[in-house]
Design a binder for this molecule. Structure first.
Ligand code: ZN
Length: 749
């Protein structure tokens, strides 16, 4: 009777979305009560003034990989962790990290202009003057080059933008493209430009996207000034991240390195970021058609496409050195299940001073580690091993996390329960993206932490905001569903190797949305002055991040049964399959319609004879797709997930600990060792960064990208592969259910 009652309490609470007081998934009632007490004690420890001190220390000087202060910071973090009694060490790797030797950009025709390529120091902002230690504005992993050609403006440089250019009869072949930042990840812009025959790519920050259109310019306000430029990596990370010379293996001293000329993740053409002050003279000297309305930026000029007459000369030369990187790793041994690891990470390296990105997150992580160390002194002992990681080399290409995880891949596959990542943090709403087996878990933690400004729970605030912002037909679902949905992970921070390569259930968390910032991303002005004037100025949300992520770590580390929940995962997979079917149906209808219009001569009728517009070419209509294997496997997963849920609730406090060994493998089963088509490093079959979006996620990527990229021969093979993985997941849950049922038949403890 008691078992059933416990189950009913859980269901009722979940449906009402009420606080979880007294009932925690994976905990017996007695254990839950103790856990809740410890978590409350933990959340009372983090202090805002300490977060401010860490930030001041870590962002005091530029600290990119290979710089003196990067090493200094790693040693500083290590010393702090040790001073709190934690077992910590630095793990060193060496990786390829190019830095500029020569950079020049000039306009040769029809006027002359020499680009400044310089972010000036500002008297208000003390660290902006640390010139000798700052990396210049550049895109890491651009190849060397010396090229001259006409400029073509390509808007954001996305696949749709190139389709439009083709319709306008404009080719970028032999040209230097000028793209603006935004929409796609920056590395996609030179990748697509090269595929279309361009010889170089310039990327500028238009005031429309993070400049004066959005708010006052720095230092009066938070937005990017006229001479501000965005550094950043253009490594082809959708192929594989990490050290370009050691794909798939850790960059240890004895690792076999592939020669530079065989590396596939460098850009194919030279690429450089510029400010809008440097872009404006080129834009002013473009002829050709006026751009489509959606392509207009916010500079005071009429945007034309070109090509030319503006003609540019770009010269780039880099030093192709390998640099040491310093990951700081701290371990709190598990008292009961030392071989089950719960892992937390945030990077410590920055492009320049990096107060926002990443120090705001790294400071919170550091305070979280201190609070857990403090809690241990009060008598708390985590059941599982907890690992805190401070990564180096995230900015150039997720180097530190990737090399560490590749080095320890075998142990991680066996022992890792979950990975929780954060990066730059701001003010506002809590956001979490990640594995859907952790969706319910994330919701449970969100219900136990209070927003510092509105005083309501973080969960309630997020839910009410989501409802108010949702489309009319989506509101009902948010109100009815016990858990808020979490988005899937793409790429763009250190979780990538954990989820996409190793199949470790992962989350990326942080607070965002109400800070005024974003405009200093990867500039010399993302520093202590900027952060304390425009971002989370009193560190209230930094403390919240420490409290929230720390609670997650504790709750995962102490659970008797790992708190994965699979009905939410199954439900999410059904929504992805529905999306895929719609994608295929819409694409087929669009191609049919366009082919008909081409035959009817519609494009000739619509065309303004004075504009040169090229009608599109007819395309083969894609065949119908058999989604049945995917439908059947997803239904099977739903059934198995519900069965497990029922058995778990019925087990009350008697779930066997051996269950956890199975559950740890649950995310691993969603991977395939052969990886995705053309990119074997990416092994997760449900989540991957898009090949042509970069950071943006593609769910069920093997199938989705085969449809989008019109490779029909691949689709059904990919469907079968995903279906097989889902079936494997269902089998694991069935085995777990049987194990629970056997326990439930035993006499009560
Ligand atoms: Zn970052």
């Amino acid at each position: 009777m008691r078992q059933i009652t416990a189950g009913m309490v859980l269901i009722t609470l979940a449906l009402q979305g009420a606080d979880t007081a007294g009932a925690l998934r994976g905990y017996s009632q007695r254990a839950a009560a103790a856990e809740i007490e410890w978590e409350k004690k933990f959340r009372a420890i983090p202090q805002q003034n300490r977060l401010r001190e860490y930030m001041q220390r870590l962002s005091a000087r530029p600290h990119h990989i290979g710089s003196p202060y990067d090493k200094d910071n790693a040693e500083g973090i290590l010393a702090e962790l040790k001073s709190w009694g934690l077992d910590a060490k630095i793990e060193v790797f060496d990786t390829l990290f190019p830095t500029p030797l020569e950079r020049s950009l000039e306009m040769l025709e029809p006027a002359t202009y020499k680009a400044k390529l310089e972010e000036p120091s500002l008297p208000e902002d003390p660290t902006s003057g640390q010139k000798s230690e700052q990396l210049p504005t550049y895109n890491a992993y651009s190849i060397d080059g010396d090229v001259t050609g006409p400029i073509v403006y390509v808007n954001y440089g996305t696949p749709a933008d190139y389709e439009r250019l083709q319709r306008m009869g404009v080719s970028v072949s032999g040209a230097i493209v000028l793209a603006r930042y935004g929409e796609s990840w920056r590395g996609i812009k030179p990748k697509l430009a090269a595929e279309h025959g361009a010889i170089a790519c310039l990327i500028y920050s238009d005031p429309h996207d993070d400049g004066y259109l959005r708010g006052d310019k720095f230092p009066k306000g938070p937005m990017r000034p006229s001479f501000g430029a965005q550094r950043g990596s253009v490594m082809d990370m959708p192929v594989y991240p990490g050290d370009p010379q050691t794909p798939g293996i850790g960059a240890t001293p004895d690792a076999k390195k592939i020669p530079l000329n065989e590396v596939t993740t460098l850009s194919k053409i030279p690429v450089m970021p510029i400010s809008y002050e440097d872009a404006e003279p080129f834009l002013q000297n473009l002829g050709g058609d006026v751009v489509p309305a959606a392509w207009r930026g916010n500079l005071p000029l009429t945007y034309h496409v070109g090509p030319g007459p503006a003609k540019a000369h770009l010269h780039l030369k880099f030093s192709w050195d390998r640099k040491p990187l310093y990951n700081v790793i701290a371990r709190i041994p598990g008292s009961r299940y030392p071989d089950e690891w719960v892992i937390r990470g945030n990077h410590h390296d920055a492009w320049v001073n990096g107060a926002g990105d990443p120090v705001s997150g790294a400071s919170a992580e550091l305070e979280e580690a201190r609070a857990l160390a403090e809690l241990r002194k009060q008598g708390w002992k985590p059941e599982r091993t907890i690992i805190y990681c401070f990564w180096d080399g995230e900015e150039p290409g997720l180097l530190g996390s990737t090399e560490w995880a590749e080095t320890h891949a075998a142990e991680l596959k066996q022992h890792a329960v979950a990975y929780i990542n954060s990066d730059g943090n701001g003010r506002g709403l809590f956001r979490a993206e990640g594995s859907h087996s952790l969706e319910n878990f994330v919701n449970s933690v969100m219900k136990d932490v209070d927003d510092p400004e509105t005083k309501m729970t973080v969960w309630k605030r997020r839910r009410l905001t989501d409802i108010s912002r949702a489309a009319a037909d989506k509101r009902g679902e948010i109100r009815a569903r016990p858990d808020l949905r979490i988005p899937a992970l793409g790429s763009g921070s250190d979780y990538t190797v954990f989820i996409d390569h190793l199949g470790i259930a992962s989350l990326n968390v942080g607070y965002t949305g109400e800070d005024e910032g974003g405009g200093q991303y990867h500039s010399i002005y993302d520093d202590f002055y900027y952060y304390t004037h425009f971002m989370d100025t009193d560190f209230a949300y930094g403390r919240m991040l420490a409290e929230t992520a720390g609670t997650m770590m504790m709750r995962l580390a102490d659970a008797e049964v790992l708190p994965f929940q699979f009905t939410g995962l199954a439900d999410t997979i059904h929504t992805y399959i529905t999306e895929l079917k719609k994608l295929a149906t819409d694409q087929r209808a669009e191609i049919k319609e366009r082919n008909a219009e081409i035959e009817d001569g519609t494009f000739a009728a619509l065309m303004n004879p004075k504009q040169k517009m090229v009608p599109p070419a007819k395309e083969p209509v894609p065949p119908y797709i058999n989604f049945a294997p995917l439908d059947n496997a997803a239904d099977d997963l739903s059934r198995a997930a519900e069965g497990y849920e029922t058995a778990l609730l019925a087990s009350g406090d008697r779930a066997p600990a051996s269950l956890n060994a199975r559950l740890i493998q649950s995310e691993r089963l969603l991977t395939n060792a052969e990886g995705l088509p053309n990119r074997p490093w990416f092994q997760h079959l449900i989540y991957a960064p898009g090949f042509y979006t970069g950071y943006g996620v593609k769910t069920i990527p093997g199938v989705r990208e085969a449809i989008e990229q019109k490779r029909p021969a691949e689709i059904e093979e990919q469907i079968v592969r995903v279906a097989k993985a889902l079936k494997g997941e269902a089998d694991l849950l069935d085995a777990a259910t049987q194990e629970l049922a056997a326990t439930n038949r035993l006499p009560k403890r």
